[in-house]
Design a protein around this ligand. Structure first.
Ligand code: SAH
Ligand code: SF4
Length: 385
């Protein structure tokens, strides 16, 4: 992959106008039908419009050539097809692409695409910031938090597709953007309704048409919501475990004080997909001297044996002021060996996009740094320096 600039590339669009028209992105098919009916438009239009928005990627109504001009004009008066705006796009030397997206209220979230040989996983955010304050995660130190709407969640994937020109929806085997991981900013199970609404849109086969097998939702352990992931969505589950004792996990993932390891693993044992062929992924961040001993690895095997599980070992991605260091390569590989010998697959995740601060847990720092850069640029323009 060629080396591309790592500085933010462009400000693509101006801030959205003061527009009171309703956004159609993020509505379910039923909601879309009802909204059209409210305005005296026929129900069958919903299917047509859906196809234009999510299959063809239409960004306005003029493109909708199967709809009569008069109707298109009426639609244009009433509605918009809106995605989050791209504030900046950055490209890593390893091919990772990151978008800083500006929402209508001025908040910002990040979305990342991690290309691999046979696929591209788009890492999507569920919240602005996160309320959960895991001590190794930079996102958790961001003070401002709000849930993203369904439109803002599905919109992230649409922006990624725009960037790769991946419209109309290609066949499953030829896609560059083939997977979604709900592993960006925020805790998806604290915003379940909107995340579920967005993922249902993404899975609709008349539109973006992503298979549920290609979607993974990651949670830090909101135990009562875990069954819903299977019941309502049936997508893959990933659990951020990170420690094998409550003593350590309480420090790393404070949510553990509410739902300790035993309860979390019970919910995982009962997770329906775990009984079938699909395995639950357990994420384990490697922190030097904290959770990376041989004894920790053996305990991990013991805990996960009764579950149809695999382990993802994530080298800790540092951020300024972080109170941890990443385990050494030797330590990580020894740890992986013990877990593998215990019968669990335990690949070490290669950090991606570190040069543009797009790796796991680094997301907050990027948006704050960008804001600082922008302020500095404005100051320079204004002759303040
Ligand atoms: N809130 C959800 C999903 C987003 S975080 C969750 O916690 O599962 C995605 C993954 O990145 C989680 O496993 C998280 O623990 C991990 N992560 C967070 N900060 C990290 C860091 N600095 N280095 C490596 N992984 C990190
Ligand atoms: Fe939130 Fe996940 Fe970060 Fe914890 S690791 S603070 S749950 S985003």
């Amino acid at each position: 992959m060629s080396v591309l600039p790592t500085e933010p590339l462009q400000i693509v669009e101006p801030l959205r106008r003061n527009d009171t028209r309703r956004n159609l992105v993020g509505l379910s098919r039923a909601e879309l039908k009802a909204l059209l009916a409210e305005h005296g438009l026929e129900a069958f239009r919903a299917g047509q419009i859906w196809h234009w928005i999510y299959w063809h990627g239409a960004r306005d109504f003029t493109a909708m050539s199967t709809i009569a001009r008069k109707t298109r004009e009426r639609l244009e008066e009433l509605f918009v097809i809106d995605r989050p705006q791209i504030a900046t796009e950055q490209r890593s030397s390893d091919g990772t692409r990151k978008w800083l997206l500006r929402l209508v209220d001025g908040n910002e979230v990040e979305c990342v695409n991690i290309p691999e040989e046979d696929r591209g996983s788009v890492c999507v955010s569920s919240q602005v910031g996160c309320t959960l304050t895991c001590s190794f995660c930079h996102t958790g130190t961001q003070p401002l938090v709000r849930n993203l709407s369904a439109a803002e969640i599905v919109g992230q994937f649409m922006v990624a597709r725009d960037s790769y020109g991946e419209w109309p929806t290609p066949t499953e085997t030829t896609r560059m953007l083939s997977n979604i991981v709900m592993m960006g900013m925020g805790e998806p199970l604290y915003n379940f309704d909107n995340v579920a609404a967005a993922l249902k849109i993404v899975m609709d086969d008349q539109g973006i048409a992503l298979s549920r097998r290609r979607i993974t939702l990651s949670t830090s352990g909101v135990v009562p919501m875990i069954p819903k992931v299977a019941q309502e969505l049936d997508v893959n589950l990933a659990v951020s475990l990170h420690a094998v004792s409550d003593e350590v996990r309480d420090l790393l993932v404070p949510l553990n004080r509410k739902w300790p390891i035993a309860e979390l693993l019970k919910a995982c044992r009962e997770f329906p997909s775990a009984k079938n062929s699909r395995r639950i992924t357990f994420e384990y961040v490697m922190l030097k001297g904290v959770n990376d001993s041989d004894a920790d690895a053996r305990e991990l095997v013991r805990l996960l044996k009764p579950i149809h599980a695999k382990v993802n070992l994530i080298p800790f991605n540092p951020w300024p002021g972080a109170p941890y260091e990443c385990s050494s390569n030797n330590r990580i590989h020894r740890f992986a060996e013990i877990v593998n010998d215990g019968g669990l697959s335990a690949p070490v995740r290669t950090p991606r996009g570190r040069d543009i601060l797009a790796a796991c847990g680094q997301l907050k720092s990027a948006s704050e740094r960008d804001r600082k850069t922008k302020v500095r640029d404005l100051e320079v323009q204004a002759g303040a320096r």
